[in-house]
Design a protein around this ligand. Structure first.
Ligand code: UDP
Length: 236
């Protein structure tokens, strides 16, 4: 089997962990993700993961309700730690070792992140789940995953979503929307596409980290992306 990438950074949104629920974590969805991740770990791929926190708390929505923005963002970052612990637990119960890192020191909940410790863990065959975003307010986990992807020298950042790629318009709202097989970073700016926030896109562009946006909610898709099947959209 031809495997295209040796080391990847997988970004999962917090919202995708909700499954059919309105809030929090859906155990069924969590286990499906863990199964897919275990499957690709079995191919010998080194895996770093960043998970969002939007299923629990977002600083911006908190600020709209009167929370201090910085405290709200800190709550959001803590939410990513909760999600990361949940995923590591699901992986553990499948017999797949995972190691949770945190952007700020919160030992013993996780190990304080450093690039080298994360790479060591991946080389031992453990999944490095890098939580807590960037550790700073006013950023998103898309930016956190771009940053961690670059730091750990990933070959690609995989953005698992519920949509099967990048479209000319939101396919859930506009039936005439057309999917791209690939698209340049610059075209994302010029077309004003909301793939990721601009800080994340710029970080990837400046450091030449390709991104693949794909539908992670269809079982087996994660493996298909890595074995070079033409699914999702490549940003280059
Ligand atoms: N967040 C932050 N700094 C970071 C990453 C995340 O302040 O570096 C906060 C921010 O409030 C954000 C929340 O954590 O809204 C959850 O992350 P995000 O919205 O990216 O999660 P997702 O949309 O992927 O579920």
């Amino acid at each position: 089997m031809d495997i295209k990438y040796k080391r990847i950074l997988l970004k999962l949104s917090g919202e995708s962990l909700m499954g059919e629920k309105q809030y929090g974590i859906d155990e069924k969805r969590l286990n499906e993700y863990a199964e897919q991740i275990k499957e690709i770990a079995g191919l010998g791929i080194e895996i770093g993961i960043v998970i969002g926190g939007g299923n629990i708390f977002r600083g911006l929505s908190g600020a709209a309700k009167g929370f201090d923005r910085v405290k709200g963002d800190q709550m959001g970052m803590l939410a990513t730690v909760i999600n990361s612990l949940a995923l590591s637990s699901a992986l553990d119960s499948l017999g797949q070792k995972a190691h949770v890192f945190t952007a700020t020191n919160m030992f013993p909940i996780g190990e304080h992140y450093s690039k080298w410790k994360a790479i060591d863990a991946m080389k031992r065959g453990e999944i490095a789940i890098i939580s807590g975003g960037t550790g700073n307010p006013y950023f998103t986990t898309d930016t956190g995953s771009a940053l961690r992807g670059i730091e750990i020298e990933a070959d690609v950042m995989l953005k698992g979503t519920r949509v099967d790629g990048i479209y000319t318009a939101d396919p859930e709202k506009d039936k005439t929307a057309v999917k791209f097989d690939k698209i340049s970073y610059d075209e994302i700016y010029t077309r004003g596409l909301k793939v990721m926030d601009l800080t994340a896109t710029t970080l990837c562009k400046e450091n030449r980290l390709p991104i693949i946006v794909f539908d992670m909610d269809t079982n087996g898709n994660l493996k298909k992306v890595l074995t070079g099947e033409n699914i999702g959209t490549l940003v280059y």
